[in-house]
Write a protein of this length. Structure first.
Length: 281
């Protein structure tokens, strides 16, 4: 039987007799540019500045960038901003730390055991269906409006983010890896340590990123509920007095902490998961 080849798709032959290699068309993402994610922020600041300078934006509703910068310097000099930042960071760190431990622990129990999954997964999915901020009236009734209420609310939000991502990673390990470990006679402890845990790390870091963002979002709300300090309290007081520049200072601080924490987690993820090759690598 003779097979006819279309010459249009035949690879050219070099003078030395070897087939010339076709140039590869790269379909993945281009090489990353350092600090490229700041480009959008710079463009947003430029549009904000141009809008205020051109009179398109009313400074009474949205203060100019230079006004916000001046107000921030004054708040730092008075010690108001730094003290409120310290209070907010303490609440966020405690709630985030407790939530990470509980959420990851529940995911391990549920993801590594059928019995654990039947006990744990249902309540966590039920909590997932209930908005965390919707629990504020009930938690105030149970815990009052002190620090415990604020930390518990942040913890609940973090637990759900961590559980969902880590549990999904644990339960989607390639079945072929399980069969290979069984053929090799690997013990369950070794299988979990060398296959399951490394395979679930991408989900862990994704859950960590979502948890940090969620902690900041919940923190803004809980600090407006009868708090005596914190960025949320500072912004609430500024709202009562019509101080748009102070509110913007608080939002800028929240945004800066969010970007920095996300960048730090991304950097740690790249170092820990250096073995992984993805389209963005």
């Amino acid at each position: 039987m003779t097979i006819a080849l279309d010459r249009r798709f035949a690879a050219p032959v070099r003078p030395d007799g070897f087939v010339a290699r076709r140039p590869l068309r790269r379909l993945g993402l281009r090489r990353s540019v350092p600090f490229a994610r700041l480009l959008g922020v710079v463009l947003l600041l430029g549009a904000w500045t141009a809008g205020v300078a051109g009179g398109v934006i009313d400074e009474r509703k949205l203060a100019a960038p230079w006004t916000v910068l001046q107000t921030g310097r004054q708040l730092v000099a008075d010690g108001i901003l730094l003290s409120n930042i310290a209070a907010s960071l303490e609440r966020a760190a405690i709630g985030l730390g407790i939530g990470l431990v509980i959420g990851t622990g529940l995911a391990l129990i549920s993801g590594l055991s059928r019995l654990g999954e039947s006990i744990v997964d249902g309540p966590v999915q039920l909590k997932r269906a209930i908005p965390t901020l919707g629990l504020i009236p009930l938690l105030i009734l149970w815990l009052g409006i002190g620090e415990t209420f604020k930390i518990v609310l942040i913890t609940l939000g973090v637990v759900v983010h961590m559980y969902i991502q880590v549990h999904a990673s644990l339960t989607t390990i390639d079945k072929r890896l399980v069969e290979l470990a069984e053929v090799q006679g690997v013990s369950r402890a070794t299988f979990i340590r060398q296959v399951v845990i490394p395979g679930s790390l991408p989900g862990f870091f994704l859950g960590l990123r979502l948890s940090v963002t969620g902690a900041w979002l919940i923190l803004i709300v809980v600090e407006s509920v009868n708090a005596i300090d914190g960025l949320g309290k500072m912004m609430t007081n500024a709202q009562n007095y019509g101080q748009a520049d102070v509110i913007l200072v608080g939002l800028v601080v929240y945004g800066a902490f969010g970007l920095l924490s996300d960048a730090a987690i991304r950097l740690l993820e790249r170092k820990v998961l250096s073995w992984r090759r993805t389209i963005a690598s």
